[in-house]
Design a protein around this ligand. Structure first.
Ligand SMILES: *[C@@H]1O[C@H](CO)[C@@H](O)[C@H](O)[C@H]1NC(C)=O
Ligand SMILES: *[C@@H]1O[C@H](CO)[C@@H](O)[C@H](O)[C@H]1NC(C)=O
Ligand SMILES: *[C@@H]1O[C@H](CO)[C@@H](O)[C@H](O)[C@H]1NC(C)=O
Ligand SMILES: *[C@@H]1O[C@H](CO)[C@@H](O)[C@H](O)[C@H]1NC(C)=O
Ligand SMILES: *[C@@H]1O[C@H](CO)[C@@H](O)[C@H](O)[C@H]1NC(C)=O
Ligand SMILES: *[C@@H]1O[C@H](CO)[C@@H](O)[C@H](O)[C@H]1NC(C)=O
Ligand SMILES: *[C@@H]1O[C@H](CO)[C@@H](O)[C@H](O)[C@H]1NC(C)=O
Ligand SMILES: *[C@@H]1O[C@H](CO)[C@@H](O)[C@H](O)[C@H]1NC(C)=O
Length: 273
């Protein structure tokens, strides 16, 4: 256990010197909708993904939607959303990695989504821009239980925090962002609760609010009594932890945190829809 931790830690230091650490989480492929190799759709998909990667190099861009092709049914739609407080370079690396990885993981699917801690990328043969969509859902909880006798009280605290964050995210007027992050201290015997809520910035304020309410409901029901959890819907996401997972501080400490908590990935579940 210790040995493998030391190994992973050294591995993380190693990759750290090469590039920022990305924490891939999950993907979902539309298994029932496939395209034939070398089709027009595939060419358009590759083009749309390259638009995402090239546009992610723009400074301070955290979201982009791209379309390739003109004639249905061969048009490909794609977008990415980086965590709202991510530094540009990491966002860019995440989008580049995701656009390659998604093709690798979902080699001939007409729609797919891939989720990292740092960004989410999705594409489809159907336009989904500015539309509130929830499926598929990717939800995950930290396996560890909160150390207290009142898990419901703790979840209530998480819920209240999330509702506050939703207000923050919907009233975020910085360009291209609907994002809020918060450290809440000293309640329910936890030292601090760190949380984020985010919508794709193309949503209206009301749609963003609705989406976050739904995501929070799911989070509270799925992760009752757990020290951390997240729900990633297509148009919004929420997450809480007892450590500053959204901290953009030195990549070294971020990498270390994430390695420790990577062991919890086994608890990720796909909710059936
Ligand atoms: C993707 O999600 C669908 C439901 O939305 C599910 O049936 C399917 O198993 C998931 N696929 C993968 C690869 O996780
Ligand atoms: C697709 O095109 C590549 C080269 O452009 C070719 O090598 C490959 O055999 C083609 N695949 C199919 C299924 O036609
Ligand atoms: C960004 O995407 C658009 C299409 O959405 C494309 O025309 C452009 O070349 C891309 N790259 C850059 C660097 O803007
Ligand atoms: C992005 O989506 C908006 C709709 O929200 C649309 O008006 C715009 O044309 C899209 N941009 C691209 C490059 O597809
Ligand atoms: C997307 O592809 C699926 C499966 O091939 C097809 O049934 C559907 O009509 C397509 N959607 C659009 C908008 O072209
Ligand atoms: C994407 O990241 C993974 C690890 O997170 C790495 O193994 C892979 O080489 C990266 N791929 C690209 C294309 O950068
Ligand atoms: C929220 O969930 C409800 C009930 O499942 C659903 O009817 C509604 O469309 C969802 N709202 C949004 C914005 O997705
Ligand atoms: C990672 O998760 C564990 C719970 O399994 C938690 O105790 C720990 O504080 C987290 N790691 C860091 C670096 O915060």
């Amino acid at each position: 256990m210790l040995k493998s931790f030391v190994f992973l830690f050294m591995l993380s230091l190693l990759s750290l010197s090469i590039d920022a650490i990305l924490n891939y989480q999950r993907h979902n492929c539309s298994n029932t909708m496939t395209f034939t190799p070398n089709s027009t759709f595939q060419a358009n998909l590759n083009l749309a993904l390259s638009f995402l990667s090239s546009n992610a190099t723009h400074n301070n861009i955290g979201f982009y939607n791209a379309t390739a092709g003109h004639d249905p049914p061969d048009v490909a739609y794609a977008n990415f959303l980086c965590r709202g407080n991510l530094v540009s370079q990491v966002c860019q690396e995440c989008v580049m990695n995701a656009s390659k990885m998604i093709v690798h993981k979902c080699p001939n699917n007409k729609a797919a989504m891939i989720v990292y801690d740092e960004c989410t990328l999705r594409y489809s043969n159907r336009s989904f821009f500015s539309i509130v969509e929830e499926e598929p859902v990717i939800a995950g909880c930290n396996v560890e239980n909160v150390m207290q006798t009142d898990p419901d009280g703790f979840m209530q605290f998480v819920g209240d925090t999330m509702r506050n964050l939703a207000i923050g995210a919907t009233s975020d007027h910085s360009p291209g962002k609907k994002f809020a992050a918060k450290k809440a201290s000293g309640v329910h015997s936890v030292k601090a609760l760190y949380s984020v809520a985010q919508c794709t910035p193309d949503l209206s304020v009301d749609d963003c609010k609705d989406c976050l309410v739904n995501a929070t409901d799911l989070l509270l029901s799925q992760c009752r009594g757990k020290i951390g959890g997240r729900v990633v819907l297509l148009s919004c996401n929420v997450r809480y932890e007892l450590y500053p997972f959204y901290d953009n501080a030195a990549a070294s400490s971020r990498g270390k945190d994430e390695w420790i908590n990577d062991s919890l990935l086994g608890s990720f579940v796909f909710l059936q829809h």
